[in-house]
Design a protein around this ligand. Sequence first.
Ligand code: ADP
Length: 479
Amino acid sequence: MMWAEALDRMMAALAADGSLDLSRIAAVSGSAQQHGSVYCTAVAAERLASLDPARPLSSQLTDVFSRSDSPIWMDASTSRQCAAITALVGEDTLQRVTGSRAFERFTGPQIRKYAEMDPEGYARTSRIHLVSSFLASLLVAGGDAPVDPGDASGMNLMDLNTASWAEGLVHATAPDLERRLPVVRPSSTVIGTLSAYWVQRYGFPAARVVAWSGDNPCSLVGAGLIEPGVRGVSLGTSDTVFAYEQEPATDPSGSGHVFASPTGQFMALTCFKNGSLARERIRDDYSLDWSGFADALRKTPPGNRGRVLLPWFEPEITPPVADGGIRRYGLDPSDGPANVRGIVEAQVLSMARHTRWMGDHVRRIHATGGAAVNQEILHILADVFNAEVYRFEAGNSAALGAALRAFHADTLRQGRPLRWPEVIKGFVVPLETSGIPPNPEHVQTYAAVAPIHAACESHALYGGGDPFPLIAAFARSPA
Ligand code: ADP
C-alpha cells in the first residue's frame, strides 16, 4: 500500500507542478528497488484493471494484498531457506543458472519463507510481483505487468541464458509457484498505455508504458555502462561496483552477482554493505563534517604508511563477514586523519580486489551516489583502480536509466532502430570538473599496499599469517 501511495503522490505532484508539459510525455518506465516483492490476491488483476479516477488509489486496493508486508533488500532473515534451496539444487547450478548463489534478500528465498511461515496467506496469493512489476501494473491499462529479465535476475529463480523461469528452481522454492509469477518479457517491451485512472485523474496522456526494471539494471543504463572496460561505482548507503558484460562470467568467490542487462547482455554487480554507513561512523567518531573528512584525506599520504583499517562496522556481504566490528592494523585509534584515510583506502582496495572477476582491464570509472561529490574519495578510486574517474550531471542514475529505457523502447516500437550509444547521448554527460586521472606515483603505492590489505583481510577472516612484517617493510620503504 505504501508503494501505491508513493506512486500516486508522485504522479499528483508531477501533475500539479505546472512546469512540465504533460502532453509531451510519450512513454513511461520506472526503476524500483530490486529484490522487493508484493503479494496479491485473486481479485488484484480485476481491481487494478478497473481503477476509478474519482477515488484515491489506496482506497481501491484494500482487498488486493494477500500479505501486509513487502519484504525488501534489507531483509536478511532467510538463511534457512537459502540453505534449503541450495541443498535441493546445488550451489554451482544455482550460480550458473541464475547468476547468483542463494542470497537472503533475493525474492525466491523470501517467497519460500512466506510459504513456510504462512501457508494460508501463500494459498490466498495469486500473483507475486516484484516492486517494479507491481508499480507498472498500477500504471498500465489492464493491470497485470510482466517482470523484465534485469529485475527478475535478483530472485534466484530465472535462467539467465533463456530469460525465463528456471523450472527446477521454481519447484525447489515453493509449491505451485510458477502460476503465481508474472511472465518475463524483454526490458524494451511496451506493455500498454497509462490507464484511465492517471489520464482522467491527473491529466496525463495515454502514454505508452514500458516494462519497469530494478534499480541496479536501470543504473547500468543511467550511468552509461553500455560497453566493457568501464566500472560503475555507486557510493551510497552501501557501495556497489558494477559493470556491463558481454558474457555472464560469474564470481568464483560467490559474493558477486550477474544480472541481465536491459541492453540484452549482462550486468556484473558486487555489493559492499559498509559503504557510507562506515564512512559516516568514522566521520562522527572523530567529530568531523564532510569538509573535515576531505581535509583529513588531503593531509595524509596515499598508502597510509601501510596501516590498514578493515571497515566492517556491520556484518559484510563482500567479503562475507558474519560478525561485525572494525579491525585496525598498525593504526592508532586516536589518530583521526589516519583513520579517515584508513577507512576509504580499505573500502576502495576491497572493491578493486573483489571485483577482479568482472575482467581485469578498467579504463574508466563512472562514480555515482551521495559520496561521489567528495573529490578526495574519487582521487583514491582513480589511483587504486588506475583508471580515470568521471561524475555525471544526473545524480540519480537509476531514474535516468528508466527514462532512457522508455525512450529506447518507444523508438523501437516505431520501427526505428536505435543503438544504445545514441540512447544515452546528451543525457549521460560527464561533469566538466570530473575526469580525474590516476596519479602514476600513487598507483605504484597502491600496488604495493594491495597485498598488505589482502593479508590483513586474510588474517582477520581466514586465520592467515601476521601482516605486521609487511606493514613494517612498507613503512621502511623509501617511497
Ligand atoms: P542511497 O544509497 O540511500 O541512495 P545516496 O547515494 O543518496 O544513498 O548517498 C547518501 C550518502 O552520501 C549519505 O548517507 C552520506 O553518507 C554520503 N555523502 C553525502 N555527502 C558526502 C560527502 N561530501 N562526502 C562523503 N559522503 C557524502
